[in-house]
Structure formats: structure tokens, C-alpha cells
Write a protein that binds this ligand. Sequence first.
Ligand code: NAG
Ligand code: NAG
Length: 196
Amino acid sequence: MAVNNVVLCACVFLAFFAVCDAYGTGAPDTACVTMHPGHMFNATAAVVPQTSASPYSIVVEGDKYTPGSTFSVQIVGPVFRGFLLQARRPGSTTPVGTFSNAPADTQTTECTTADSSMTHASPGQKQNITLTWNAPSTGVGNVQFVATVAEMKVKYWMDVTSAQVAQGTTSGASFAKPTFYLIMALCLLQAALFLK
Ligand SMILES: *[C@@H]1O[C@H](CO)[C@@H](O)[C@H](O)[C@H]1NC(C)=O
Ligand SMILES: *[C@@H]1O[C@H](CO)[C@@H](O)[C@H](O)[C@H]1NC(C)=O
């Protein structure tokens, strides 16, 4: 192989790793609120998000979650390398609930609280991954899954959002207050009639 070819190969190889290296092991802490990956073309120029419609979508298991239970969330679309995903109340930037059972090449990360977000663990190729969200045990009302998805370092989409998911009821909680008060009222009424 000519010396020129060896040099060219080495350059392509190094350039590839330079591209993959930045945040190759997960979203940086600064991205927790903005969900902006902070990728740079070079020392001065930041990579801007794509403005076209996202080829990725976030598909949720259903239109309701049960407080204290797990809920599946899938990032559907072409192969991608990096991402950051959280559950948030609509209009809020604070993540709610936690994630577990991280699929290969992904990890939970701490944003406000431990395991409140999911991100990549390496820049390996991923597609249609399913994530497991643990809904808070006390309901927090409607939530929505929000993500930044990077097809590659210089090409990413922000504000990829799922449909809103409403807070469902647990079998215990649905029985709780109204039924309890109704029974108490009937008891008091009966006691009052009995005492007359
Ligand atoms: C940095 O990258 C931007 C975007 O590709 C380019 O326009 C600019 O000339 C680059 N600057 C330097 C110093 O290489
Ligand atoms: C990912 O999901 C899309 C849309 O449902 C589908 O077209 C594609 O075949 C899936 N790819 C893999 C590897 O599962």
C-alpha cells in the first residue's frame, strides 16, 4: 500500500473516532433541561438541530399509566446512535418517574433524580428500542415522553414527543375516597335513624 493510502486511511479512521467521540457515552448533565446535545462541528461552531419533521416517533404502550407500575415506551424510526429521553408533565422541564431494564447500549442517567432519564451508553447503532418507565407511585397527572434523537453527531432532532398519557387508577386508589365517604355517610344516616 502506498504511503499516501496509509496516511489517508489513518486520517479517515481518526476523523471517524473524533466524530463519534463527543458524548459517545451518554448525554452530558447540561442537557437535562434543554435536552440539547451540545455537539460541536469544531471549536467554534455548534451543530444545530434538524428543522425537518422528525423521522423518529415515540410510541407509548397505551393512553393511561398506572401509578407505581411499569409502562413501555418505544423510539421508532431509522437507526440512530444517541438519545436522551424523559417523562415530563406537559409544559414542565422536570422529569418524573424513573427508568429501569435498560436495553443493550443504553443506560439510565440522573437528571434531578437518579434514573429519571434514559440515554445511550455508546454510539453503537440502535433501532426501535423499548424503554421501561416506572410511573411514580403517587400519580402526577398527564405525562408525555420527550426525546432528543441523534441519527449521528451532526444530525439530530429535538422535541420528539409522544402522545400525552393520562394517569390511570390503581385498583386500590379507584375505590378510595368517594366510596369511603359514601359508606361513612350511609352509616351515619343509619345511626341517626336508629337513635331517633
Ligand atoms: C467550523 O465549522 C463550521 C460549520 O461547518 C464552518 O462554517 C467553519 O468554517 C468552521 N470553522 C473552523 C475554524 O474550522
Ligand atoms: C422499526 O420499526 C419500523 C416502523 O414500525 C419498521 O418499519 C422497521 O422494520 C423496524 N425495524 C426493526 C429493525 O425492527
